[in-house]
Design a protein around this ligand. Structure first.
Ligand SMILES: *Cc1c(COP(=O)(O)O)cnc(C)c1O
Length: 413
């Protein structure tokens, strides 16, 4: 990209020594800090009133009634699989182009991850999903890569078309659902839009991440939404409550009430709850989340304008007639890059004080999946995208000066 003029280059030269652009620092306001410290002062720091308030606000924001907060998105994905009784001999279809959490949870249950290669928008290719479905397929986990929604309605039609292949196990939620469960790993896509609605009311179950690098953070944390497409989302929510807290019949708040010490453990559950300190941070962030997305959109549109006329660069898709991204990642693919050239480019950006990244190493390239026999050559599009992909910094606190510097640098390189 060599369209920077002389004036810009001089300006750039002066700035190289002084400006730094980190990859994705958290956006923490004074109000956020106040919200967390007030929980610390309140006398109730673990799961309690703030948790209920954030769970409700998250549901209102996404247009889904039955929600629950958890310690991470990973916990939410695993919980969904466990509730549906996924285990040995089952197959779960997912994308090879994601963070390891998406597929690791499938391995935890003893089921087999089956990868469907991706499209050029980094999202799972639905016609490949259709070909991979067998009578062992119990679940599809899609990912809204970088915040750009996947093809929800195609996935739901495919599940409907294959309904006769589905053989439910003895698990009662599996029997009442009667078809493949669609879980959305929406770790990136809080606030993204699909056909006029926010992400959350498309798949049967949607899981968000509030990890420190995500758009909205609680430091660590996750949220799970049970959609109306489930026969009885309230029952799912109730079962999830049990399984996420030791299988205990009373939560900490209920037990804390004087004279109310009795409890039972009805199943050997997990420990996946979110604290009120985290929930207070999430609630405070959610209040200004739309302005955070707006800044990300602005940065994204300016980056895309730089690459617009460059045929060697595949700019990330962020908006079309039915979808709009949450602008979590900016992931151009440089089609003429080799792995070496890509690494040199990232080092060069580093020498300019700019932290770039790669999202993600496709799972078949990671040792644990290689050892299980997965081969990257079976996922040619994932490999093509990975070879040329560079994630550029996008964060809501990016200053105008940092953005200006990014644009000049990108034009100059
Ligand atoms: C971050 C991430 C996760 C895991 O989120 P945690 O909250 O850290 O468990 C899962 N899937 C994808 C695609 C992610 O990027």
């Amino acid at each position: 990209v060599r369209s920077a003029n002389r004036g810009e280059l001089i300006k750039l030269d002066k700035k190289i020594q002084t400006i730094k652009v980190p990859f994705s620092p958290p956006d923490i306001s004074e109000e956020d800090i106040e919200a967390v410290t007030s929980v610390l002062r309140s006398g109730w720091i673990t799961t309690g009133p703030k948790n209920m308030e954030f769970a409700k606000a998250l549901g209102d924001y996404c247009g889904v009634e039955d929600t629950m907060l958890l310690s991470s998105a990973t916990a939410g994905l695993e919980l969904a699989l466990r509730l549906f009784g996924i285990g040995k001999d089952d197959e779960v279809i997912t994308t090879p182009y994601t963070f390891a959490a998406t597929a690791n949870v499938i391995l935890h249950t003893g089921a087999k991850p089956v990868f469907a290669d991706v499209n050029d928008d980094f999202n799972i290719n639905t016609s490949i999903i259709e070909r991979l479905i067998t009578k062992k397929t119990k679940c599809i986990i899609s990912v809204d890569f970088g915040g750009f929604p996947c093809d929800y309605s195609q996935i739901s039609s495919i599940i409907q078309n294959k309904i006769k292949l589905f053989k439910p196990s003895k698990n009662s939620l599996q029997q009442s659902h009667g078809k493949i469960l669609h879980i959305s790993d929406a770790a990136h896509s809080l606030g993204a839009i699909y056909r006029g609605k926010k992400i959350g009311s498309q798949a049967d179950i949607t899981v968000f991440s509030f990890h420190a690098v995500k758009n909205l953070t609680t430091a660590e944390g996750g949220g799970i939404l049970f959609n109306k497409t489930l026969n009885d989302p309230k029952l799912w929510r109730k079962e999830a409550g049990l399984l996420s807290l030791h299988g205990q019949t009373k939560d900490a708040m209920a037990k804390f009430t004087s004279g109310n010490w009795q409890y039972d453990i009805v199943t050997a559950g997990y420990k996946y709850n979110m604290t009120d300190m985290q929930a207070a941070l999430g609630l405070s962030q959610l209040k200004r989340y739309e302005t955070m997305i707006a800044r990300r959109r602005e940065i994204t549109e300016k980056y895309s304008a730089v690459f617009e006329k460059n045929d060697n660069v595949l700019s990330p898709q962020t908006k079309n007639s039915e979808k709009e991204s949450s602008y979590h990642l900016y992931t151009p693919v440089f089609l003429d890059f080799t792995l070496d050239k890509r690494d040199q480019f990232i080092k060069k950006l580093a020498s300019f004080g700019i932290s770039a990244n790669v999202h993600f190493i496709p799972l078949p390239l990671l040792s644990v999946y290689k050892k299980l026999g997965y081969k990257i050559t079976d996922y040619p599009n994932a490999l093509k995208l990975y070879t040329g992909e560079v994630s550029l910094p996008v964060f809501s606190k990016m200053s105008d000066e940092q953005l200006d510097y990014m644009l000049i640098t990108l034009r100059h390189l």
